[in-house]
Design a protein around this ligand. Structure first.
Ligand code: PEP
Ligand code: MG
Length: 316
């Protein structure tokens, strides 16, 4: 019994009937690895590499990047580490990487993968550093692109990664068009990771940096749940896994709903891991499915949450 209690506290994520849902950490670099391990992360679901590039006048060298990536990979021997290639743009500005044109609407501008296509040498250096780090580690490295809108962008990114010696490449689903045509994107990508923060921003046309709009940034909004369901359906059609790495994954009730919708892994800030692990361990996959179905019949975020909770009796 003590072993069961310990496993529920730090073991791998799973529902009470044994359906595995890997619980991964969102990190910003090697400094966040200790907290991820302490909270029992099974790997890294989102390594935001922006932090390596911030506050400097030139891009980090391939060697410097390789060292940072290797440090993270070595912390998860045999585990999965998903590294997101640089997500910069006018909304996440870098001194040495300005968008090529003026941008009155930064969140709708040349950010993420769009910017890297304008500066291919930045992406190529990053991919080379990642390939070198992967060759020196036993962790399973996967790379993924931010701000992907189309199947064409997905195909370009995956081909570029494979040419660089990185066989496993996926994309974030954080633009509604990507969720709407998920099966087309899944034909090209090895996996999806749903970025619910930006997906909410773009779905509700509500800037995530404007505090007055936080109610529209709520991942419980039924429209957002619909897009998650669409993305999962597209992924399943092509036999691809679909995780979540936005803030939504760290809400224990919503985490159960996401599992009910068919999401295959959850990545979150490390301190959120224990409560999500506990919530999953107290419910069956069927209860998660019923919670998701109940939430999706409602017409507001508040009702969706209440409906889901009523199907999840194991939550405090
Ligand atoms: C997201 O958009 O949900 C996400 C995980 O990425 P970021 O918060 O870094 O934009
Ligand atoms: Mg994002």
């Amino acid at each position: 019994a003590r072993d069961a209690v310990l496993a529920a506290a730090t073991g791998p994520g799973m529902t009470s009937d044994g359906h595995a849902v890997p619980l991964l950490a969102n990190i910003g670099g090697p400094r966040d690895v200790a907290a991820a391990l302490e909270h029992g992360a099974e790997g890294v679901g989102l390594y935001r590499t922006e932090f390596l590039f911030l506050d400097r006048t030139a891009a980090p060298s391939e060697q410097e990047q390789e060292a940072a990536y290797l440090e993270v990979l070595n912390a998860f021997p045999g585990g999965r580490v998903v590294v997101r290639t640089l997500d910069a743009g006018a909304d996440k500005p870098l001194a040495f990487l300005p968008p090529p044109g003026a941008e009155p609407n930064p969140a709708l501008g040349q950010r993420g993968l769009r910017l890297l296509r304008a500066y291919p040498e930045i992406l190529n250096t990053q991919l080379a550093a990642l390939a070198r780090a992967a060759a020196r580690s036993s962790a399973k490295l996967q790379v993924m692109a931010p701000m992907v809108a189309t199947a064409e962008e997905t195909a370009w990114y995956v081909a570029t990664c494979r040419e660089a010696g990185l066989p496993e490449a996926g994309v974030m689903i954080e633009i509604p068009s990507a969720a709407l045509r998920a099966a087309d994107l899944a034909q090209e990508a090895d996996f999806f990771s749903l970025g619910t923060n930006d997906l909410a921003q773009y779905t509700f046309a509500a800037d995530r940096q404007v505090g007055a709009l936080t109610a529209l940034q709520d991942a419980w909004q039924p429209a957002l749940l619909d897009l998650v369901a669409l993305a999962v359906t597209g992924a399943v059609e092509r036999g691809r896994p679909c995780g979540v790495c936005g803030e939504a994954a760290g809400d224990p009730v919503l985490a159960c709903v996401l599992v009910g919708l068919g999401v295959t892994s959850l990545s979150m800030a490390a301190p959120a891991l224990p409560a999500v692990r506990a919530a999953l361990s107290r419910h069956t996959r069927e209860q998660c499915l019923l919670a998701a179905q109940s939430a999706m019949t409602t017409v507001s975020a508040q009702e969706a949450r209440a409906a889901a909770r009523s199907q999840l009796p194991g939550l405090a």
